[in-house]
Design a protein around this ligand. Structure first.
Ligand code: AMP
Length: 326
């Protein structure tokens, strides 16, 4: 995850919530992609390290456990950069230009300079991030499938060029996140920090309530007695995602469809459900932040552990490339 802002509900349903159960099944590596934060915004780097710590407090809040998984910081494992450089030697530029997000983001984020080699090459850096741990699976949302396909192509090419008939690097497989995209508070199809339509995991109960009360809902429903649409209505998408009381949700939907409930009731119940969902996360997060020394230790120890694996992979890679001085 890139430390470019505070984490929000989209990160919870689209990533963290899915990562937590993986911890008991796999040997998981989760990292703060601080170099990736630079690929789309190098102009202001002042908050990256603060967000790194803040984000990891949210991970632990959401249930990731540094005793079960390896947490690390990308830039504390500089071998990622070396593997990226070596991969870049065998990857044609058009492979990167063809990645769908490349042109898409250049068109959508006009206020950012996305003409850099760093931005063009970020899917290749992702390939290095994954391949350096011999990762078999990467938990991704739909939006990242094209990147993983590229990673697989790059690994195949690298193995063809340098493998001498065998494999140097492992081809990673996607582990698709079941939940799709969480819409924004404004009804936009994606909750996203760049759109300013988020509820942060660190928002107070009061902030959550205020944001929910201002949420976009069915615009045709100007009075409570007009039948409303539930499908595609973000208020109900959130109810489905976060409200554990399914009977309450079904009752609200039925009354909404028949014009028998006001927005205030639907939204108050959503705010309560969200706060109930976020309370244990807030509690764990506060505990972590109360002990910054321990948080730092988690990340430094985890990075050292990750680095031991990365160093071994790079020895193998240097041998394969035949740039290995003994
Ligand atoms: P980002 O902060 O955009 O780099 O996203 C980090 C991870 O969170 C990616 O795997 C995204 O797919 C996921 N993510 C971010 N926003 C959302 C959202 N609104 N709905 C679902 N997943 C999301």
């Amino acid at each position: 995850m890139r430390p470019t802002g505070r984490l929000h509900l989209g990160h919870l349903v689209g990533a963290l919530g899915n990562w937590v159960p993986l911890q008991t099944k796999y040997d998981c590596f989760y990292f703060v992609a601080d170099w990736h934060a630079l690929t789309s915004d190098y102009a202001d780097t002042s908050q990256i390290t603060a967000y790194a710590y803040d984000n990891v407090a949210d991970w632990i809040g959401a249930g990731l456990d540094p005793e079960k998984s390896t947490f690390f910081i990308q830039s504390l494992v500089p071998e990622h950069a070396e593997l990226y450089l070596l991969l870049s030697m065998v990857v044609p530029v058009p492979w990167l230009e063809r990645v769908p997000t490349y042109k898409e983001q250049q068109e959508n984020l006009k206020d950012k300079d996305l003409s850099s080699i760093g931005f063009l090459g970020y899917p290749l850096l992702q390939t290095a991030d994954v391949a350096i741990y011999d990762a078999q699976f990467v938990p991704v949302g739909e939006d990242q499938v094209a990147h993983l396909e590229l990673a697989r192509e790059v690994v195949r090419r690298f193995n063809n060029v340098f493998g001498a008939g065998g494999d140097v690097l492992v081809e990673p497989q996607p582990l698709l996140t079941p939940f799709g995209r969480l819409p924004g508070l404004d009804g936009d199809k994606k909750m996203s920090k760049s759109l300013g339509n988020t509820i942060h995991l660190s928002d107070s109960p009061d902030e959550v309530k205020k944001k929910v009360m201002r949420m976009y809902t069915d615009p045709k429903r100007v009075r409570a007695d007009i039948p409303g649409t539930v499908e595609g209505n973000p208020v109900f998408t959130y109810h489905d995602a976060f409200n554990a009381h399914t009977a309450e949700v079904e009752d609200l939907k039925a009354r909404y469809r028949s014009g028998k409930v006001g927005d205030v009731e639907v939204k108050t119940k959503l705010a309560n459900a969200l706060n109930a969902h976020l309370d244990p996360i807030r509690e764990r997060r506060a505990k972590v932040l109360a002990n910054p020394g321990r948080l730092r230790e988690i990340l430094f120890d985890g990075s050292a552990r990750a680095r031991r694996v990365a160093v071994e992979t790079l020895e193998r890679v240097r041998d394969a490339v035949k740039i290995s001085y003994k």
